[in-house]
Design a protein around this ligand. Structure first.
Ligand code: NAD
Length: 484
């Protein structure tokens, strides 16, 4: 049977893309083709923006409580289809079923926060700014908004944006990652059942041409992007140049500091999960371990033990703790970093290159690797690998750990493991990464707090979800009145 060719969702209908090129979507555990993504054109973006613009007039005037009700329905449908969605995420991305469940749960939490739209959209005011004159602020929707997603969280990342944009009274165009479009296809089928007028939510499948058309389109007022740093920077510049509001979340190289006074029994499993969870394909994954002084030998050896105990396989199989990476090409990229680490003189203490999974000979598997004696100037200590490779870079004290972290252009997340409140407080205060974990391996985004990195991990000002989302998706109208 031929794999399904996906369509776009525009103006409330599923319609074929005008694409002439298509990309194969794989099940990474099997290496088989499960669908084909049309690489849609600027013409398809025009059609989606036209539908969204037409819907904006009515939707922006719809009472916030009615808009929120559609998100309550969406939340209920997501709960009803929770396991199905999690299985779909594992099927198209490869992460384990537990990891997929966690990501769908985090996404649903965004819908839950958006359900509070009527409260969170409230403005404010002051009587008598001058005698008999009152002043008030109202938050108004801005128009057609668009979001562009990466491959690593097919269900969750679009939910960082869509529910907030919609509840604020905007209309929306989503471009999922062309590598993992199936979770969003299913979510839009659920959105079809949420009483949203046609054109409020639209989906355009594709790659670079769609992204560039979104950045340039005069009908789009705001763009949210999540992906690698070079593309985030380019999207930020191009969309801002076209006069749009932009938030662009980029790549990462996350450092985890282990102090000699850390609780190793409880800390190391969390640290190992940070490095190897989702096969290292997380913007919040640990990438470089910075053990301080005497912590080095102990932290390294226990990380190696934990990594060696991971069970690599098909994420749908019970007992598997690490799935494949997204594609054959990405596996080659990860393996090339292991080669580079060896050639640059780091000590490969655990080698995951030869990992094979029984009954899945064509899956894109890479086992966990650990490098010791990594210098921050080596490629493996400097560049985002986005795979299951840990670099151990010993430092003499916390000051040196800060020097290493601050010399790196990315600043998405960082963590410290310590039993000293004073050290933890200093770390949290001084770190420039936006997400800081204290005895937490992955300082994960929480729907009701803002999320986004710093320096080359984020371009823009207002971050994703939390209260920032209600600022990003609205404009403030100030009215000053005097009545005679
Ligand atoms: P990517 O940058 O390759 O792609 C992201 C999106 O941009 C996709 O939709 C893709 O179609 C589009 N795109 C790719 N190349 C483009 C180009 N040249 N011009 C215009 N559009 C282009 O990222 P990815 O490989 O899908 O995802 C992994 C990256 O995303 C990692 O760097 C990871 O750290 C980052 N990420 C960051 C966060 C965060 O919150 N900061 C979250 C998840 C992933």
């Amino acid at each position: 049977m031929q794999p399904e060719i996906l369509t776009n969702f525009v103006g409330g209908r599923w319609i074929p893309s005008s694409a002439t090129e298509f990309l194969d979507v794989h099940n990474p555990a099997h290496g088989t083709v499960i669908a084909r993504t049309p690489l849609s054109t600027a013409h398809d973006v025009d059609a989606a923006v036209a539908a969204a613009s037409k819907a904006f007039a009515g939707w922006s005037e719809t009472p916030p409580v009615v808009r929120a009700r559609t998100m309550f329905t969406f939340k209920a449908l997501l709960e009803d289809h929770f396991d199905e969605l999690a299985r779909l995420v594992t099927t198209e991305h490869g992460k384990t079923l537990d990891e997929s469940r966690g990501s769908v749960r985090r996404g649903i939490e965004c819908v839950e926060v958006a359900c509070g739209g009527p409260s969170l959209l409230m403005g404010y005011g002051l009587e008598n700014v001058a005698a008999g004159i009152d002043c008030s602020v109202m938050k108004q929707p801005i128009g057609v908004c668009a979001a562009i997603s990466p491959f690593n969280f097919p269900a969750m990342v679009p939910l960082w944006f869509l529910p907030f944009a919609v509840v604020c009274g905007n209309t929306f165009v989503l471009k999922p990652s062309e590598q993992v479009p199936l979770s969003q296809k299913r979510m839009f089928e659920l959105l079809e059942r949420c009483d949203l007028p046609p054109g409020v939510v639209n989906l355009v499948n594709g790659g670079r041409e769609v992204v560039e058309a979104i950045c340039d389109h005069p009908g789009i007022k705001a763009v949210s992007f999540v992906g690698s740093t070079p593309v985030a920077r380019a999207v930020y510049q191009r969309a801002a140049h076209a006069g749009k509001r932009v938030q662009a979340l980029g790549g990462a190289k996350n450092f985890i500091v282990v102090m000699p006074d850390a609780d190793f029994d409880r800390g190391i499993p969390t640290i190992a999960e940070s490095f190897y969870g989702c096969a290292g394909e997380r913007c919040l994954a640990g990438s470089v371990l910075l053990p301080v002084g005497d912590a080095h030998r102990h932290a390294r050896d226990r990380l190696i033990d934990a990594a060696a105990a991971m069970r690599v396989g098909d994420g749908l199989e019970p007992g598997v703790t690490m799935g494949p990476v997204i594609s054959a090409k990405h596996r080659e990229r990860v393996l090339s970093y292991v080669e580079r680490g060896v050639s640059e003189g780091a000590r490969l203490a655990l080698d995951g290159r030869a990992t094979h999974v029984q009954d899945r000979p064509d899956g894109f598997f890479v086992g966990p690797s650990v490098f010791d004696q990594v210098s921050p100037t080596m490629a493996i200590g400097r560049e985002e690998i986005f795979g299951p490779v840990a670099s151990v870079c010993p430092v003499k004290d916390l000051g040196e750990a800060f020097q290493v972290m601050e010399a790196h252009p990315n600043a998405n997340a960082t963590s410290i493991f310590t039993s000293s409140g004073r050290t933890a407080r200093e770390f949290s205060h001084r770190a420039t990464a936006s997400m800081v974990g204290v005895n937490i391996g992955v300082a994960a985004p929480m729907a009701y707090f803002p999320f986004g990195g710093a320096r080359d991990s984020f371009f823009g000002d207002l971050k994703a979800h939390g209260r920032d989302a209600f600022e990003f998706y609205t404009d403030k109208k100030v009215t000053i009145s005097r009545w005679y």
